[in-house]
Design a protein around this ligand. Structure first.
Ligand SMILES: N[C@@H](CCC(=O)N[C@@H](CS)C(=O)NCC(=O)O)C(=O)O
Length: 205
């Protein structure tokens, strides 16, 4: 399998899962800052010009974390086996992809939401407020728990992405308050596969 990723982007989650899986895979960097995601060649892989994209050995492409993470999780035993566990996992992946990630995008890519640049500071302030609400919600989810689900799973790889993003703009967020999330971060970093990917991508959490 081949993962198209960009260092520190949401593709960090499937990258960690592939590393945890322990099977050979290829990680192909996409230069987002240089606009590689909008080249004709990359748009053939991901028509929306985003990472992650996962290319299977038969050439099939899977895009969207909501599909890639359950796919890899089932392959590598990092996905709940019971019906309710799966429903809860899909619920959290949906929240991460449709709520938390777009809140961040309001901060990091306001141009996606308004061409009028005078609106950007307002979009960013709104993003900071909603991302903060999500950080507190996630911290609450982790109270008294080791992992997001009943066992270590793809949810944890995805959950680490947002902690990493928050640390990039730590002054904007109540990092000191997020004790459960920080303890979760420490448990993640203690895992050799997670450490290896963070080192390979040169991502600080
Ligand atoms: N819903 C998509 C979001 C993918 C996405 O927005 N990826 C960002 C990086 S975190 C990206 O490729 N941005 C490049 C761009 O906007 O040009 C998923 O979860 O897979």
């Amino acid at each position: 399998m081949k993962l198209y990723y960009s260092p520190g982007a949401c593709s960090l989650a499937p990258h960690i899962v592939l590393e945890e899986g322990g099977k050979p895979y290829e990680a192909q960097r996409v230069n987002l800052a240089g606009g590689e995601q909008r080249t004709e060649a990359y748009l053939k892989i991901h028509p929306n010009g985003r990472v992650p994209a996962l290319v299977l050995d038969d050439g099939t492409v899977i895009t969207e974390n909501t599909a890639i993470l359950p796919y890899l999780g089932k392959k590598f035993g990092l996905w709940p086996q019971d019906e309710m566990g799966e429903a809860k996992a899909l619920s959290l992946i949906g929240l991460f992809a449709a709520g938390v990630h777009p809140a961040w995008a309001h901060i990091s890519r306001p141009g996606r939401y308004a061409t009028d640049e005078t609106a950007h500071p307002n979009l960013q302030a709104t993003g900071i407020a909603s991302f903060t609400t999500y950080l507190r919600q996630i911290d609450g989810m982790l109270a008294g728990r080791e992992w997001f689900g009943d066992a270590y799973s793809v949810l944890d790889a995805y959950g680490l992405v947002f902690y990493a993003w928050a640390t990039r703009r730590a002054a904007d967020f109540p990092m000191a308050e997020l004790k459960n999330y920080r303890a979760f971060r420490d448990r993640m970093v203690a895992r050799p596969a997670v450490r290896k990917v963070l080192e390979d991508e040169k991502v600080a959490v």
